[in-house]
Design a protein around this ligand. Structure first.
Ligand SMILES: C[S@@+](CC[C@H](N)C(=O)[O-])C[C@H]1O[C@@H](n2cnc3c(N)ncnc32)[C@H](O)[C@@H]1O
Length: 267
């Protein structure tokens, strides 16, 4: 009997180690602070102290529950929003994806693995700097590629999204998810987009997700649009994430997905 593709896909999905866009270390620190401040509330130091500590507790509790909620929504055991965003990126590239694909800021390599799984003819290269402030690693990427049984077509290497170590026009397609805004060495994040497009062949496809609707990072949407037009791409589209994925109200908060969008098209 042939392999049930859907079941196989779901099984692989649940076995891949996604990591989480919210760092566990951050949750632990915020959780401990919340418990600590809660305990301090019970010190009998008078009403002013109690009111002050109550305010501090409320602020700490919100600062903890907000990322905790996001963590659960991103997780494969919760809202599966990481997977939904990866699927959106893959769908945005369209059906006919061929050749060599670059995933910039690959994290745990899940998007790269899913791409290779869905397009059996392609080769994917995932680059990342795997800094210590993130809970991702090259070894986890390689493990995920093995779980997905695509290790012969997916490879990972250390690299900087600000200065990609590839010649102009190397790749047939490029993807990136929530990485450009993290590139600290470049103030103007539009330059990271330009760099990603540099390594793409003319006519190559791309799909990038980032905080493209955050003025502080990319300028006003009209200016950013003008910038993209200036790149003389054959075709591009920009959309907010909430136009494309059904998001719970809290997930639309600017600190979560409210300012996140996708740009996709052809160079
Ligand atoms: C929010 S995570 C997203 C990871 C992955 N794209 C995903 O969807 O899970 C941001 C990633 O950007 C990477 N990163 C940050 N600055 C980078 C740089 N200058 N060059 C390459 N990767 C970078 C981090 O190591 C991290 O893996």
């Amino acid at each position: 009997m042939g392999r049930n593709i859907f079941t196989g896909w779901r099984n692989m999905e649940s076995r891949l180690n996604y990591g989480n866009w919210i760092r566990k270390k951050l949750l632990v620190i915020l959780g401990l602070c919340t418990i600590g401040v809660f305990a301090l509330l019970f010190i009998p130091l008078g009403i002013v102290y109690r009111i002050f500590m109550l305010c501090v507790f409320l602020i700490t509790a919100v600062s903890f529950f907000f990322p905790l909620y996001s963590y659960l929504m991103f997780s494969q055991k919760g809202g599966r929003f990481q997977e939904k965003v990866y699927q959106l990126i893959i769908q945005s590239l369209g059906e006919s994806v061929r050749g060599r694909i670059l995933d910039i800021g690959t994290g745990n390599g899940v998007l790269a693995v899913m791409l290779a799984e869905q397009h059996p003819e392609i080769e994917v290269i995932g680059i990342d700097y795997w800094g210590k402030d993130w809970e991702y690693s090259k070894s986890m990427c390689e493990k995920n590629a093995q779980i997905g049984e695509v290790e012969n077509r997916v490879r990972f290497q250390k690299g900087d999204a600000a200065m990609l170590e590839f010649n102009d026009g190397t790749f047939d397609a490029a993807v990136s998810n929530l990485t450009f805004h993290e590139v600290r060495s470049v103030e103007d994040k539009r330059e990271v987009v330009r760099e990603a497009l540099r390594v793409l062949k003319p006519g190559g496809k791309f799909a990038f997700v980032d905080y493209f609707y955050d003025d502080k990072r990319y300028g006003k949407p009209t200016d950013f649009n003008e910038f993209l037009h200036g790149l003389r791409l054959s075709h591009f589209e920009t959309k907010t994430l909430y136009e494309l994925i059904a998001l719970p109200v809290i997930m639309r908060h600017p600190k979560i997905f409210g300012k996140v969008g996708i740009i996709h098209g052809r160079k």
